[in-house]
Structures are given as structure tokens and as C-alpha cells.
Design a protein around this ligand. Structure first.
Ligand code: F6P
Length: 746
């Protein structure tokens, strides 16, 4: 619209100015002409009555003089006539202008003195009139009197107003015609070709190659179009070649790397984009509290840790809630941006939620309902009908956003987590051809626990629209199959591990998630310096250091960890002044009361325990409560002799795997809750029951005193497991499984 205005506005200004100047000249000319006419008429009439008046004045014939004045009464337009004696007194006046007699008329005297006629515009009440006064002289040139004719001039202004009206109408017609013609030209030479090009691109993007028609544009636009066609052709050929080479490479038996995953995705998905959906976005723009300057952060989230390396490796589109306060400043017109910001490897599409939606869908149903329901940690789930309604609306909003991105053929969508149990169903209502996988990053409870959810039927029905559902561990798969079997009409195939509902079959598999980690990445000089500065700053020299890295969440067992450390120091006082525990804690979901209260509870507990042991400068617990970026966390992993993961219940827990992955010299020991998914793979960790403070305290002693060789052996075993089962293998397995379900795959 702006562009059209820029084009039309100068034309309109020039045309309007020209027509207005022309109008002014025309009206002025017309006014002068009418005025001249009037003057001439007034003069002629005055001169024509002069003779009769002269005669009557000489004979002092008042009757004739009055008759003369009255004869003007019936004349059209003219107001009337006045006859004066030689002193300037009125002898007779036409009745309809009798008021004119009372008016002060200095020009009468002037005309008498000069013995000359005089004409001019005068005010008469609300009117404006033209007066022409002609002195009457005797034969001896003596003044006998005068005759004055008075004309109404209002018709003159009416005539000019009509003229202005005509000019304005012409101007309006001209403006409308110019706008119309300009729009038509613009449409023909610009909008239609651009629309054809956009359509062409949409078909190309969606892979609808049969709909790509050659362009027949000429001139400069034609040249642009032909360049675009060449680029698109090049891209298509390149994609095809990449896909074929990738097919060949994935046949080789090699360890899973970023490159191998990229090959697999190119081979399996061909020219299609990989679409991922999650609530949490991988890159978030937030404003600095003080300066207001926006910066990009990577949220503390298992989903982000796991999925970001995959999309970095193979590109694609990640659709997520734009939750950063500065997020809107960094998107294009389609709410997209290239990420990571410094090295655009894939597309992040942000979906906007208002406060009401975020409260109901995220804080309410997802995190006060489903989260405690699935993590059996004795925090009561809260189900509100309003939250559920909002959850459904937001799922629909995301479904619409996904639908906009789907290619024409073989679309694949990879949904993350409990925020989107209804999404697959909503997508398939519009596009039944989409192959959809859902990965559930948290535990799945047993049927008795799940059965308390008032919306169990809709949730299961929504999830069973997926082709594949993944959990971290087999026990969660079993729980899900049991739940479906008991709570919804379906058939569970225990051979194939699938659920058949109506005509649809959903496969259920365990895919233990992992990290790309810091494996094979040597500690840099900057990191070594950072470690030393932390040691110095936190007075860690000669201390046994343990670390915990968590979001502040009641499922993470932070309170239990502090109680166990307290008990360890009570029971084994020889470690006083020797053992330090550092907790990195990122505040999370703080608008939920349970989380808000937990922050207060931990603050108080840390303070209490540090006070209990306060003696000199040693503090057993260093509590660093803020968000730490992955780069900031790494030095803590590297300096810690022990990493403590004490979740009360956890789908997998990637902190455990990150710690193992960071220890490239195979030093360090991991204490791991047996209620995490990771405990099933990392069997060389010191496994703990965080609910048993006594056992936990003893396990700390056991870990602290573990002989070096044993630590080394355990860490080497765990590193091997994490290296082999890395995030690329996880994604590779899911994609292989998913594409095997799709009959139209390339
Ligand atoms: O890993 C489970 C999970 O809920 C993820 O879905 C999420 O990204 C992460 O924990 C952090 O939680 P949130 O995104 O609510 O901050």
C-alpha cells in the first residue's frame, strides 16, 4: 500500500495543484467579467434616468421624481434608485430599498463636490450591493441633484460558487480516475507477476513440482524470474544429489556423528524439511533488567539440550512458543529467524501466546496438571476446566502454525512433550498424510495414577493419532500400553508394541535420549583459566567439590540433597572444612505457587545448614541461584570431583550425561538417583535413593572415598555408553523408525 501511495501521491499533488491554480484564474476572470457587466449596466441605467430626473428637478416636480423611483420597484435583481436634491437630501427612494435612505453615505458629498459620477461596492445590511451615483447638472453647470442606482451583487457570488463547484467535481473525477488507472497499471505490471512468482515459490517450497509452470514474463521482471528459476533448479538438483550420496553413506557401519545423522535425514526425508514442535524455544531473546539491551540465551531445558544439536546438524524448522520479552524484535514477517544467531543452521518459528493462554496452557494444565501427574513425587496435580480449555486452544494454535509449514508430499513432524498431547490429532484432521512422532520427555505413570486425570480419554485419543510415541525407558512404554489398554477403547499388540485404535496403529518405543555433550572436546585455555578463577573466588583449593545443576523444581530432589549433605557432615565430621557442595540453580515456572514456595524453602534450608556449620570461612553449601548458560556450566562440571543428581523422579536427566561427557580425562564420579531414566544406562554411577537421607549420606561418603582406579573404571564405562548412545543415535533411531512407517518415503 505504501509503495502504491508513493507512486500515486506525486501525480495527485501535481494534478490537484494545477487544477486549483487554473480554478483560481478562471474564477477571478469570471468575477472581473461579471463586475464589469454590472458597472456598465449601472452606468447605463443611471444615465438613462438622468434626463427625466433633470427635467423633474428643474421643475421641482416631486411627483415625477417619486414615480421615477417607484418604476424600479419591479425590476429583477436591481434593488432600486434614489434621487437627491442639490443638498444631498433624498427626494425619492424605491420602496424596497427604503432602508438605504438611513445609511450614512459619505461618497454622496464627494461625488457632489467633484461633480463626477462614482461607483463602488457598499454594505447594505447583510448584503453587498453596487452603488452608482451620477450628479445632475443644470445648463449652467450648477448642481441640481443626483441620481443613484443600487444593484444587488449576490447573484455574482452565486455564479462564482457554481463555478467553483464545477471545478471541484472535475478535480475529484480526475483524482479517482488517476488512482484507478494507477492501481490497474500497478496490478498488471507488478502485483500479478509477483503473485505468480510467490505461488511458484510456494509450490517449490512444498515440493509440488508438477504444479511448477514455466514463466513467460518479459523485460526486467522476466530476467529476475529466470534468475530465480535457475537458483531453484540448482537447489533441487543439489538436494537430490545430497540425498543420493547420503543414502550410500548411511549404509556404512560407523559411530553416530552429526554428519551421519545429516546423511540419514537427507536420505530418509529427501527434499522435505524436518519439522520439530516444542513449547520451549531453543533461543530466546530477553532484555537486560537494567540496560534493556536484548540478548540471546539458551533456556535451561532438557528438550533444548537434546534437540538443538540435531537441528544444527540437519537443518529444518523448529516451531516453539516465543516467550522472551524481546523475541518480537528478531523475527521476519513470518515470525521466523535463523538460529543459532551467529551461524544460522536452521529456522526457528515463534508462536505467540497471550498471558491468558500462557497461564492456562503452560502454567496451569501442563505444569500444575500433567507435570505432577506424570512425576509421582507426591505433589498433587491440579486440573481446572479453564486451563484445559486454554490447553486445547493453544494446541490448535500450534496445529495451525505447523499446517502452514507442511510440504506437499511426505511431511514429517516431530512433537516434543506433554504440552502437545492433542496436536497430532489436530494436524491429521487437516492433513491425514503427515507422519507424526511424539517424544514424551517425562515419565509416564501407571494406569491407576493416570486415571485420576479428568481428561484422560481426550489425551489418549489425541496421542494415539501419532504414528510413533517415544519414551526414555521401557517401563514408561509399558505403563503407556497398560494405560491405553485399560482406559480407552483400543487393542494393544504386545508383539509389535503398538496400539490399534480404529484404523490407526501407533507404535510405542523406548529411545533413551542423550547429549552431544562435550565429548572429544579438549578443555580450552579459557576454560582452564575460568576453573582457576572459580576455585579462587569460591575458596575451593584443597576441597572435595561436589556439584548439582538443576532447574529449581520439586522433582529434582534439591531439598533431599541438602539434607543428605547435612547428614553426611553430621555423621562423618572428618569432612568438615574439606567438602564443598555447589548448587547451580535456575529459577523455573516461578508463577506457580509450588515452585515459588520451593525457592523460599531452599533459600531457608541452605542458610540454616551453612549457619549450623559456620566456623571460619568454610561454608559447606554454595548456592548460586540464577540461570547458567551451557558455556558457564561446563567449568563447574570440570572442577567438580562429584556430580550429584538426586531427582525424585525424572524421565532421563541429561545433567548426568553432560557431566560424564565433559570428563574427557575420565576423572570424577557420578551419584545418580535410581528414579531417573539415566540410572538404567549409567549403571556405573553410585545409585541412590534420594528419599532415604541416611543411605544418601552414606553414598556421599562412599563416593568421596572411592579409590581412584575404581572411579576411573566407572567413568570410562559411562563415557563409552554416552559416546555410543549419543543424541545423534537417538535422533537417527527415531527417524529410521518413523520413516519406516511411511510408505511414501523416498
Ligand atoms: O524435560 C522436560 C521439560 O519439561 C521440557 O519439556 C522442558 O523444556 C524442560 O523440562 C524445562 O521446563 P520448562 O520448559 O517448563 O522451563
Amino acid at each position: 500500500m505504501k509503495r502504491i501511495l508513493l507512486f500515486i501521491l506525486p501525480i495527485l499533488i501535481i494534478v490537484s495543484a494545477a487544477l486549483t491554480i487554473f480554478g483560481i484564474i478562471q474564477v477571478k476572470y469570471e468575477e472581473d467579467k461579471l463586475m464589469d457587466d454590472l458597472k456598465r449596466k449601472a452606468k447605463t441605467v443611471a444615465e438613462s434616468v438622468e434626463l427625466s430626473a433633470r427635467y423633474a428637478l428643474i421643475n421641482n416636480d416631486l411627483k415625477s421624481i417619486k414615480r421615477l423611483a417607484e418604476s424600479f420597484q419591479k425590476r429583477e435583481r436591481m434593488q432600486g434608485c434614489v434621487v437627491y436634491d442639490k443638498e444631498g437630501a433624498i427626494l425619492a427612494i424605491t420602496e424596497r430599498i427604503s432602508g438605504w435612505g438611513q445609511k450614512d453615505k459619505p461618497y454622496v458629498k464627494d461625488s457632489f463636490n467633484a461633480r463626477a459620477a462614482r461607483g463602488g461596492i457598499e454594505k447594505f445590511g447583510d448584503y453587498s450591493v453596487y452603488s452608482y451615483i451620477l450628479p445632475i447638472l443644470g445648463d449652467d453647470e450648477s448642481l441640481l441633484g443626483a441620481v443613484e442606482v443600487v444593484y444587488d451583487t449576490s447573484y455574482l457570488f452565486t455564479t462564482l460558487a457554481v463555478l467553483w463547484k464545477r471545478i471541484s467535481i472535475t478535480l475529484i473525477i480526475l483524482i479517482v480516475s488517476i488512482i484507478g488507472i494507477a492501481l490497474l497499471i500497478q496490478r498488471q505490471i507488478f502485483i500479478l507477476p509477483v503473485r505468480r512468482l510467490t505461488q511458484w515459490f510456494t509450490h517449490f517450497q512444498k515440493g509440488e513440482l508438477e504444479k511448477l509452470r514455466p514463466f513467460e514474463e518479459k523485460g526486467e521482471f522476466g530476467k529476475l524470474v529466470s534468475e530465480v528459476e535457475q537458483v531453484a533448479l540448482g537447489l533441487r538438483v543439489a538436494r537430490k544429489a545430497v540425498s543420493e550420496k547420503a543414502h550410500a553413506r548411511i549404509q556404512k557401519e560407523e559411530a553416530w556423528t552429526e554428519d551421519k545423522l545429516r546423511d540419514l535425514i537427507h536420505a530418509k526425508l529427501g527434499e522435505n524439511t524436518f519439522i520439530v514442535v516444542s513449547n520451549r524455544e531453543p533461543y530466546m531473546h530477553v532484555s537486560n533488567d537494567i540496560s534493556g539491551t536484548p540478548k540471546c540465551v539458551r533456556p535451561a531445558s532438557g528438550v533444548v539440550t537434546a534437540i538443538d544439536p540435531i537441528l544444527r546438524a540437519c537443518g529444518g524448522t523448529w516451531i516453539a512458543h516465543g516467550s522472551g520479552d524481546a523475541d518480537r524484535k528478531f523475527i521476519n514477517s513470518k515470525n521466523k529467524l535463523g538460529v543459532p544467531p551467529e551461524d544460522n543452521r536452521y529456522i526457528l518459528k515463534r508462536v505467540w501466546l497471550n498471558k491468558e493462554e500462557e497461564d492456562g496452557y503452560y502454567y496451569g494444565f501442563s505444569n500444575e496438571g500433567l507435570w505432577p501427574l506424570c512425576h509421582v513425587t507426591h505433589t498433587r496435580p491440579i486440573f481446572r476446566e479453564t486451563d484445559w480449555q486454554m490447553y486445547k486452544e493453544v494446541n490448535q494454535k500450534f496445529a495451525n502454525s505447523v499446517l502452514e509449514e507442511l510440504p506437499a508430499k511426505n511431511p514429517f513432524v516431530f512433537i516434543q512433550d506433554y504440552h502437545f498431547t492433542l496436536l497430532a490429532k489436530m494436524i491429521k484432521e487437516k492433513r491425514p498424510d503427515v507422519t507424526i512422532a511424539l517424544f514424551w520427555h517425562i515419565p509416564w505413570p501407571n494406569p491407576e495414577v493416570f486415571a485420576i486425570c479428568p481428561y484422560q480419554h481426550e489425551i489418549l485419543d489425541g496421542m494415539l493419532s501419532c504414528d510413533l510415541i517415544g519414551f526414555h525407558v521401557q517401563v514408561h512404554c509399558n505403563n503407556f500400553l497398560d494405560t491405553a489398554n485399560r482406559l480407552i477403547e483400543c487393542r494393544v499388540d504386545t508383539e509389535k508394541f503398538s496400539v490399534i485404535r480404529g484404523s490407526r496403529e501407533t507404535f510405542v518405543r523406548s529411545f533413551p535420549i542423550s547429549v552431544d555433550g562435550y565429548a572429544n572436546v579438549k578443555t580450552t585455555k579459557a576454560e582452564t583459566e575460568k576453573i582457576e578463577s572459580i576455585r579462587h573466588e569460591l575458596q575451593l583449593q584443597d576441597k572435595i567439590v561436589a556439584v548439582g545443576v538443576d532447574r529449581i523444581d520439586y522433582t529434582k530432589g534439591i531439598v533431599e540433597r541438602i539434607l543428605a549433605i547435612d547428614r553426611f557432615l553430621e555423621k562423618y565430621p572428618q569432612y568438615k572444612d574439606k567438602f564443598v557442595f555447589i548448587q547451580l540453580a535456575a529459577p523455573s515456572r516461578t508463577h506457580i505457587k509450588r515452585y515459588h514456595d520451593l525457592i523460599g524453602e531452599i533459600d531457608e534450608l541452605v542458610e540454616k545448614k551453612n549457619w549450623k556449620y559456620s566456623d571460619g570461612i568454610w561454608r559447606p553449601i554454595i548456592y548460586l541461584k540464577r540461570y547458567f548458560s551451557p558455556e558457564e556450566v561446563k567449568p563447574y562440571y570440570l572442577l567438580a570431583d562429584i556430580c550429584i543428581v538426586s531427582s525424585l523422579h525424572d524421565g532421563m536427566n541429561l545433567v548426568a550425561k553432560e557431566y560424564v561427557s565433559s570428563r574427557s580425562d575420565s576423572s570424577g564420579a557420578l551419584m545418580l538417583s535410581r528414579f531417573t531414566g539415566a540410572a538404567r544406562e549409567l549403571t556405573d554411577a553410585v545409585q541412590i535413593n534420594p528419599y532415604s537421607i541416611e543411605e544418601f549420606a552414606d553414598a556421599i561418603k562412599f563416593t568421596v572415598e572411592m579409590p581412584v582406579e575404581e572411579r576411573l573404571r566407572r567413568m570410562q564405562n559411562m563415557r563409552k555408553i554416552v559416546a555410543e548412545n549419543n543424541i545423534y543415535r537417538w535422533a537417527g533411531n527415531i527417524i529410521t523408525e518413523l520413516t519406516a512407517l511411511n510408505k511414501n518415503q523416498p
